[in-house]
Design a protein around this ligand. Sequence first.
Ligand SMILES: NC(=O)c1ccc[n+]([C@@H]2O[C@H](COP(=O)([O-])OP(=O)(O)OC[C@H]3O[C@@H](n4cnc5c(N)ncnc54)[C@H](OP(=O)(O)O)[C@@H]3O)[C@@H](O)[C@H]2O)c1
Length: 175
Amino acid sequence: MSRVNLIYARAKNFCIGKDGKMPWHLPKEFVWFKKHTMGCPVIMGRKTYEDHKSVLPGRLNIVITRDENYQAVSGIELVSTLDEALKLAFKQKDEVFVIGGVHFFTEAFPMATRVFETIVDTEINGDAFIPEFDFGDWQSELLVASKPDAKNAYGFSVFERRKNTLETLIKSRQN
Ligand SMILES: NC(=O)c1ccc[n+]([C@@H]2O[C@H](COP(=O)([O-])OP(=O)(O)OC[C@H]3O[C@@H](n4cnc5c(N)ncnc54)[C@H](OP(=O)(O)O)[C@@H]3O)[C@@H](O)[C@H]2O)c1
């Protein structure tokens, strides 16, 4: 079965970015991002790509831009819509990750069955904010709660959220 996953880290006030960059440097959080996405195609908007301008290794990197003349580094696949990106990604694997930014999280949320949501323990006065997605009907599992330390300025919590499909509802009634 083809699965669309979302993965992001957001502040308590839903900010995910500032001045085209991530608003924090959290190496510990990046370990989770890498762990979950490794081996799967990753789909991102052009601005998210420009935050790092490199290929995330071990993953098919798909960047969405409307600019037909856009030049990206070698190894990046360029497409012009999310649908095109998903088609390309599913040719390689049945599990894909949308990794940003705001528009693509919003467009992909209705088709997502799993969301890895990191909540960073701060509020940021940034310029990229995701909407407050409704996880009311979803199952949520706290994967890790991390405290600030010398290399990670903020604490954070990683949640895995799974949409209740008919299959999970039947399973939960059997338990
Ligand atoms: N905290 C996190 O987890 C996280 C994750 C990802 C990104 N970020 C941050 O978020 C910011 C970037 O995200 P963003 O939302 O500003 O940009 P984005 O979604 O990464 O990129 C936007 C670009 O995507 C292209 N695009 C193609 N079709 C589009 C459509 N229908 N609607 C909108 N864009 C379309 C356009 O590129 P062209 O202009 O080339 O046509 C547009 O400028 C950065 O600060 C980044 O660091 C944070």
